[in-house]
Design a protein. Sequence first.
Length: 207
Amino acid sequence: MSDTPKFEVIDRRKIKAEEENETSHAEASASATPAEQPAASGGPRLVVNDAPRETAAKEAAPEPTSAAQETELPPPPTAEESSKQKAAYDASSQRLEELIRAQNPGAGAPPPVTFDALVQQFYISAMIQMGAGTQEGQHPRVDILGARNTIDLLAVLSEKTKGNLTEAEDRMLQSVLFDVRMAFLELTSMISMQAMQPPIPPPAGKK
């Protein structure tokens, strides 16, 4: 006879009466002391330790993933697809340049797109969102939340490009980030002071 324990597959789809009887029997057994508990019918019972099972469940459980990992992303384009798309983009851009020069013969070639131009674009956007560039006599339109988002994007750019920039590029990026953060602090300080000021009372005789 083999020493391997035999496991019996139990059909749990039983009638209601049998389930109630088993529940009552289990409750009585749980309340009894080990000496008072009756032996299970059908021979000795196999006692399973729950601790290893919990440990195995924890090991089998997948590690938490970030929101980006949970999102199912499409497969990246192949090298051939990227090359064809880049060639089509360059050709389309060249046709656009020819149309612009035909309408404006004196227009020069556009400046090349560089990392400095990218940082300056973020800088200009943040300053405009904080009211810079407002024409004289007009009330500045401030998008303080949009400015904060642009500044945070600059911070992300600084973090993700760390170690990949030249000394001049990094110095320029850190200077721009410092300037826009300083402007943000000054603007939010002014907003806080205006919010704390009491309302101006109406002139005498008016409500």
